[in-house]
Design a protein around this ligand. Structure first.
Ligand SMILES: Cc1cc2nc3c(=O)[nH]c(=O)nc-3n(C[C@H](O)[C@H](O)[C@H](O)COP(=O)(O)OP(=O)(O)OC[C@H]3O[C@@H](n4cnc5c(N)ncnc54)[C@H](O)[C@@H]3O)c2cc1C
Ligand code: FES
Length: 386
């Protein structure tokens, strides 16, 4: 019997042929790319993407959306909720910052990033003040684990956003409502005041048009006469807005202070940790106020950091080691800059660092003396190996 006859009897063979037929009609048939696997992988997982800025949209007085179109080829697909790490050179310093993609994955022509000004910002000020339509930017490919997983998250989702933490949710909300997906979303969005609300009109419009999307705004420092919900997002408020919360999956995204506060409130509302997904927007602002910060190390202390085989630099206790290295022109690989992805793993040969809670250091890294430079603060003179 010929091989071509035997192969037809293999279980699943006919189904695969049908799938190939469907893909030929409606998808992309990668068989034409045979022998070119490296290029196909590079298209899906590029190390770098070069963009042109095609549009800048003023969202609020402190926030702009920067629309990025690829300079070459097409953009890799991503999951709603993922981010790109944007590379910049500011005042001679080469650095990067992650920004969530706020446009939905069903829109493949561009990525939007939505940047909010932070007090005394470095990269955010540069992006908001110095980047214009037609300029070039460079980033990593999309990354991160803050996205919907149909196997574990169910169809009933609660999004808790603080300030610019709305951006990954915007991508998810746009995708679910654009595609009429079978998911129910209730967004609770905390802002300092009503003028800070990003995407407010669009959220209201989508909520009016889609029964499966609801949102509530919670304002912490309301102007006089404000009629809406005020205060903080507490367990009590969640229960009153959401009703039965036991079967829902919670997603939490925002600045560190909100992440800590709401994380506690979600736990107080009786939601088990396995039902809570979190994304923290970068290192804490005032690390010396974090639990466990060593008494006796002042926030303006400066330590010596010797890079084995390289130079010795000064590093401030209150600044992540990665930033001190970048200030000195030493750039190490980075992606999340929030202690999660492990790309900035650095060997600590001697000395001590403070690492805030939330840093996802593998046990083997801890045992063998590795740290995540993006979320490690020197509290002693150090020797490191990059
Ligand atoms: C996964 C993820 C997604 C995010 N998504 C968004 C988003 O969608 N929108 C958004 O607005 N933000 C987002 N962020 C936060 C964003 O990445 C930045 O942290 C934020 O824009 C602040 O950056 P900054 O450089 O302006 O300020 P900081 O990093 O806080 O810098 C503050 C100060 O540090 C000093 N400094 C910092 N770096 C250097 C350097 N290399 N050299 C010299 N001095 C330096 C300067 O004195 C500066 O004034 C996200 C963060 C993460 C982790
Ligand atoms: S850059 Fe991801 S852990 Fe440091």
């Amino acid at each position: 019997m010929a091989f071509s006859d035997v192969v037809k009897d293999i279980e699943g063979y006919q189904e695969i042929l049908k799938d190939i037929e469907i893909l030929r009609k409606y998808g992309f048939d990668y068989s034409s790319q045979k022998g070119n696997i490296g290029q196909v992988i590079e298209n899906f997982h590029p190390k770098r993407i070069e963009f042109s800025v095609s549009e800048i949209i003023e969202e609020t007085a402190s926030t702009k959306t920067i629309r990025l179109v690829p300079k070459h080829g097409s953009l890799p697909p991503f999951q709603a909720g993922q981010y790109i790490n944007v590379y910049v050179e500011v005042g001679g310093v080469r650095t990067s910052r992650p920004y969530s993609i706020s446009s939905p994955p069903n829109q493949a022509a561009f990525y939007d990033i939505t940047v909010r000004r932070v007090g005394d910002g470095f990269v955010s000020d540069y992006l908001l003040d110095d980047i214009n339509v037609g300029d070039s930017l460079e980033s990593t490919g999309p990354a991160g684990n803050f996205y919907y997983n149909p196997l574990f998250h169910g169809n009933d989702l609660v999004f808790i956003a603080g300030g610019s933490g709305i951006t990954p949710f915007m991508s998810m909300i746009r995708e679910v409502t654009d595609k009429n997906l079978n998911r129910r979303i209730h967004l609770i969005y905390g802002c300092d005041n009503p003028d800070d609300v990003i995407f407010g009109d669009e959220l209201s419009r989508r909520s009016r048009m889609h029964a499966n999307f609801t949102w509530d705004l919670v304002v912490s420092t309301p102007p006089e006469g404000y009629q809406g919900i005020t205060g903080f997002i507490t367990a009590e408020l969640m229960k009153s807005l959401l009703g039965d919360i036991s079967s829902r999956t919670f997603y939490l995204c925002g600045p560190e202070a909100m992440y800590t506060f709401c994380g506690r409130e979600i736990a107080a509302a009786g939601i088990p940790p396995r039902k809570v997904r979190v994304e923290m927007f970068g290192p804490p602002k005032e690390v010396f106020r974090q639990p466990g910060w060593p008494q006796g190390v002042s926030s303006d202390a400066v330590f010596k950091v010797a890079v084995r085989g390289g130079r010795t630099i000064d590093a401030r206790a209150c600044e992540p080691l990665m930033i001190s290295l970048e200030r000195a022109g030493i750039v190490i690989p980075a992606l999340c800059r929030s202690g999660e992805c492990s790309l900035c793993r650095t060997k600590l040969i001697s000395g001590k660092v403070y690492q805030p809670s939330g840093v996802k250091l593998r046990k083997s890294d801890r045992d063998f003396g590795y740290i995540h430079a993006c979320m490690s603060y020197p509290i002693d003179d150090l020797e490191i190996m990059i």
